[in-house]
Design a protein around this ligand. Sequence first.
Ligand SMILES: Cc1ncc(COP(=O)(O)O)c(C=O)c1O
Length: 485
Amino acid sequence: MDHDDFRQWAHRAADWSADYLDSLGDLPVRAQVAPGAVFRQVPDDPPAAPEPMEAIFADLDRVVMPGITHWQHPRFFAYFPANASPPSIIAEQVTAAIAAQCMLWQTSPAATELETRMIDWLRRMIGLPDAFSGVIQDSASGATLAALLTARERALDFRGNRDGLAGGPIMRIYASAQVHSSVDKAVRIAGFGDANLVRIPVQGSLFSMDPAALEAAIVADQEAGRIPAAIVAALGGTSIGACDDIAAVAAVARRHGVFLHVDAAWAGSAMICPEFRHLMRGAEEVDSFVFNPHKWLFTNFDCSAHFIRDPKALTDTLGIRPPFLRTLGQEGFVDYNEWSIPLGRRFRALKLWFVIRAYGVERLRDMVRAHVAWAGELAERFGQTPDFEVVTPPILSLFTFRYAPADTSEEQRDRLNAALVERVNQDGRIYLTQTQHEGRFVIRFQAGATTTTREDVLTTLNVVRELADNLRAASPDEPVAIAAE
Ligand SMILES: Cc1ncc(COP(=O)(O)O)c(C=O)c1O
């Protein structure tokens, strides 16, 4: 493909993208295909000869698009958002054309320096003090792993990387059961072992770690000769949005010299609104804090902002400096590969620069605020609707509810709600997912897509009520035969 052809097809791709975004509201949110349906349409062997772009584009519509779940759909209320926005998409297009590897300062000085500036913009936007520096990681999972590796090395006085972990002391990580599974994964990869992830019970309306129980667990471990290496606090847990009391946890961490990492992957974006910052009270005391602009700050995946109090501890943990990666003849620069797990790095700062400038901070705040307000309004309406109950109240834009007709047992309700969520997603007008809360099957709702409106959010109640009525009418005695898990 020469550059003239590229220009033509890039224009076509831009038109295709705009048409796609325009059409989203009319598509079923969750892909409606059966497992294997897309795979079977792709030939076993790759083509030996070039194929025309026209044919490839036609197959994009014919083969691929039916198997796409539309994350940018205005009625995508499942999981958490992984939102995009036109300025971010344009920046991604430009980034793909530049296609720089941003591992060293000299492999693209602009990428490094823009990254430093964007991290600082984000730090100011969420109100963290300037004691933090940071890096754009590929994911919250990557940031949490980097944080726990740093905590491990700090706990071992940086001997772990040199000597390995075999025969070393037992190190412990503390978190509630509300943290994301990326914490469990990081605990494994960093060599702590599942058995050393200590679960701290939660309390209160935000389902926060009990600081007294945390402290007791740390003291018990110290007395038993185990090393408390890190605490991971949740700011917006995945299941129901649990928020730890960061100030209380930080006080425990400080008293015992334990590294504290905060996973604010989803909720962190809302911290750009000063009125929500009570949820991060104490964050200025932590060692490490991650949030994902690629979730709820209108920036395409991947883009995780990772703030660190002591970057030297991070680079002493992850930095490896072979002769072929040295930048000669320059000083006073950062090589961000030393802050992350992979060497190769995308130019992620550009899309943040586009998004923050194209919207401005006030507009970004308004969008997040609106999502929170609409989710609150919807929860209130569910709470007033016969046969429905709000199980966990809104934490920012996330709440859980269930269908709970008075004449049903808890077991029937589990089955009923499992069937209901599946019917909702087959119906396609909205997309919801489920979780388990205190042993019961509940349905999650979150709002966060870029183009979601209040009407989209409020539609949820009508769709859910209609499908719940159908479900009961279909099998009034034994509601459904679908298992809850
Ligand atoms: C609270 C929380 N932490 C971490 C993650 C993992 O994020 P990532 O995909 O960026 O690794 C998620 C994903 O939804 C999450 O909700």
